[in-house]
Design a protein around this ligand. Structure first.
Ligand code: HEC
Ligand code: HEC
Length: 348
């Protein structure tokens, strides 16, 4: 139902061949309905200081796929947030940025990021606008040393000059408008209308098969998943916008990875140690590998991890515990998770 995929594919093939993106027209875009962006989703909230329009989304799309946003022209946002890998990177537990620098964490999906109340797995950013320049300036991501060098490169491109003028007016290539455009594009990446949504919200009895339906019963009951990946309400993201210690970081550290204290790095509160943001589970079957450090490769491994009660972290969330799920129960929950794949932002 939403519809930028054709644009994505074109953008990718053009940047591969090094040709400038000429072939964009606003006609490609079916703009998301802000009030009703898709079955099972809440309305899109655009912050007062930001803007969402077709032309701004189009501009944001061009920026998102543009490698010249990185210091040496090697990396775009889409290098790590790959559209046909659920806007993540399926082959990399941790992101790889400029000069092959390995990042600290796994690349999260940008599908439905419009609804996130905080960003990054430690919640250190509170809006897409605030977040946008962080990867551009991070030394292990796009590696620029200053905002102005990036704005200079954008300003040198006639196409950008016209697009900024059309969207924001004369002399409008500045730090804020780049952030607004990148945010607008990301806010358009909404994906609802999954098999689960049709089953649950529209009572379409066979939208989900019997195994996924059993998986749902377990998810919402014995397996306790709903306590953090919340499912009540007319529009849900299967998260609670909170931070929990599920034992992942403690386990990974024991296995030899460097320690990641998560939310604690921001709040310095003892009980936040090794806590991470509850991620959305919409489209999760597209976004392997899993967890903040990509340390679990498949959904089956994730459910087994929960079945064993996480890890023996002394600060483990009290919600976590052994679940007594059978092999079949685990399969059913995985089936249910697959039923959360939504309409992709693809134009047929
Ligand atoms: C080198 C790979 C890489 C590049 C390039 C990159 N990202 Fe990311 N992105 C990541 C990783 C890794 C995280 C998670 C970091 C964390 O949680 O601390 C992330 C997190 C995010 C988030 C937060 C999502 C959430 O749900 O919390 C947003 C939004 C985002 N990136 C947008 C962008 C935009 C826009 C660009 C381009 C300007 C970009 N990224 C470039 C790897 C990358
Ligand atoms: C105590 C709260 C809590 C409970 C209970 C819980 N989760 Fe999570 N879940 C989280 C948090 C927090 C993360 C992120 C952890 C990290 O990044 O290290 C997560 C991550 C995940 C991921 C990986 C998502 C991704 O994009 O990497 C999946 C899949 C998942 N949970 C499914 C489940 C299922 C299925 C259950 C029930 C068996 C469950 N969760 C129970 C809080 C919880």
């Amino acid at each position: 139902m939403f519809y930028y995929w054709a644009g994505h594919l074109r953008a990718i093939s053009f940047s591969v061949t090094g040709i400038i993106l000429l072939n964009f027209s606003v006609a490609d875009i079916v703009f998301p309905d802000i009030e009703d962006p898709g079955l099972g989703l809440p309305p899109i909230l655009v912050p007062e200081h930001s803007k969402l329009s077709k032309s701004i989304v189009k501009l944001g799309e061009k920026l998102f796929f543009d490698k010249s946003l990185s210091r040496d022209g090697s990396i775009s946002c889409a290098t790590c947030h790959v559209p046909d890998q659920g806007f993540t990177q399926n082959d990399k537990p941790k992101s790889i940025g400029i000069d092959d620098k390995i990042g600290r964490r796994n690349t999260p999906t940008l599908l439905n990021v419009a609804f996130a109340e905080s960003l990054f797995s430690d919640g250190r950013s509170s809006s897409l606008e605030e977040q946008a320049w962080q990867p551009i300036l991070a030394e292990d991501e796009m590696g620029n040393l200053s905002v102005s060098e990036v704005l200079d490169r954008i300003s040198a491109d006639n196409k950008y000059q016209n697009m900024f003028k059309g969207s924001f007016g004369e002399k409008s290539i500045n730090k804020n408008n780049v952030a607004v455009a990148l945010s607008a594009y990301q806010r358009s990446l909404v994906s609802g209308g999954s098999a689960y949504d049709r089953w649950y919200y529209e009572s379409e009895a066979d939208a989900m098969g019997p195994s996924a339906q059993r998986g749902y019963q377990l998810f919402a009951g014995q397996a306790q998943c709903w306590q953090c990946h919340q499912i009540a309400g007319p529009g849900v993201l299967f998260n609670d916008n909170l931070f929990h210690n599920t034992g992942v970081s403690f386990r990974s550290h024991k296995l030899g990875l460097s320690e990641d204290l998560g939310r604690y790095e921001i709040t310095k509160l003892e009980y936040d140690k090794r806590s991470f943001k509850t991620p959305t589970l919409r489209n999760v079957a597209l976004t392997a590998p899993y967890m903040h450090d990509g340390s679990l490769s498949t959904l089956e491994e994730v459910v087994k991890f929960y079945n064993n009660g996480g890890s023996d972290d002394p600060l483990l969330s009290p919600i976590m515990g052994s679940l007594n799920l059978s092999e079949n129960d685990i399969k059913d929950i995985v089936k249910f998770l697959h039923a959360l794949n939504g309409d992709s932002p693809v134009k047929d």
